[in-house]
Design a protein around this ligand. Structure first.
Ligand SMILES: [Zn+2]
Length: 80
């Protein structure tokens, strides 16, 4: 799933690109273009780590509703 003319968002290389999930699938990220960006294989591990760290911040944000009956459920985030 790599678009012609795409380049790695981390280093700008246009070789060996893979589709990186901005929000990792295990954190509820979807296989949609909005959630994908081209990254080369060399940068992918680092970019992936960053994405996971960011997702964890969102996941474990302190304002996450502790109540068993949150006022606003978050349908886009599904606990793994
Ligand atoms: Zn790269």
């Amino acid at each position: 799933m790599v678009t012609a003319g795409a380049s790695c968002v981390a280093c700008g290389s246009d070789e060996d690109l893979v589709a990186h999930h901005k929000l990792p699938r295990r954190y509820g990220g979807l296989d949609v273009l909005d959630n994908l960006e081209p990254v080369c294989r060399r940068c992918h591990p680092a970019v992936e780590q960053e994405a996971i760290a960011r997702a964890k911040l969102t996941w474990e944000r302190p304002e996450w509703p502790e109540s068993p009956r949150p006022k606003r459920p978050r349908p886009r985030l599904i606990r793994p």
